[in-house]
Design a protein around this ligand. Structure first.
Ligand code: AMP
Length: 193
């Protein structure tokens, strides 16, 4: 059982690589972005709150986001036994600390953080293309720029946080999907249990 955080800026390939990792390792996928978009599509109260932040390129406040993640873990008790890919969570230091606590309570931990490293110019290119195909409301140039600013100020400090914990595995995120996946597999195979 291995718990992995797939980490990187918006557009770095977290979703694409998560899909492959699920197939390869049989892990349970938790994407907080998908959870929020599902609430938005169903028009729930939480969906309305999420929409107001997502459309501005801002993060959902930590306390709310941590409660949402705790609920997801509670409703999938088998997930942490099987191993989880956390995709899009944590995005702040308080979220990372909360994740450590949530997993410790379940007798487990984050085993590796796979950091997909891609430069901003490439990220913007990819997100604009994704917006044209997916129609995601936050994949427009103005919101993309805000999301990247938020990423650099609030999320990228997690790189050092997980480096200090000895868990951060830097992966060159530019290149073919297959090559990136093979590099990720090598890192995971070193920590798999
Ligand atoms: P994603 O699909 O991971 O790119 O997430 C889309 C949007 O959902 C983000 O730009 C945030 O507004 C929100 N979001 C997703 N995960 C989180 C999180 N862990 N903390 C705060 N906001 C989040």
């Amino acid at each position: 059982m291995t718990n992995i955080v797939i980490f990187g800026a918006p557009g770095s390939g977290k979703g694409t690589q998560s899909e492959r990792l699920i197939d390869q390792y049989g892990l349970h996928h938790i994407s907080t972005g998908d959870v929020l978009r599902s609430h938005m599509a169903r028009g729930t109260e939480l969906g309305k709150i999420a929409e107001s932040f997502i459309s501005q390129g801002q993060l959902i406040p930590d306390e709310l986001m941590i409660n949402i993640l705790a609920d997801v873990l509670d409703s999938n008790p088998a997930a942490t036994q099987k191993g989880v890919i956390f995709d899009g969570f944590p995005r702040t230091i308080p979220q990372a600390k909360a994740l450590n606590e949530l997993l410790a309570k379940r007798g487990t931990e984050v085993h590796a953080v796979i950091g997909l490293e891609v430069d901003d110019e490439e990220l913007v290119d990819r997100l604009i293309k994704r917006g044209q195909m997916s129609g995601r409301s936050d994949d427009n140039l103005e919101t993309i720029n805000k999301r990247l600013t938020v990423y650099h100020s609030q999320t990228s400090p997690l790189r050092d946080y997980y480096m200090t914990e000895g868990k951060y595995k830097a992966i060159e995120g530019k290149g073919s999907i297959d090559d990136i996946f093979n590099a990720i597999k090598k890192s995971i195979d070193q920590v798999s249990r």
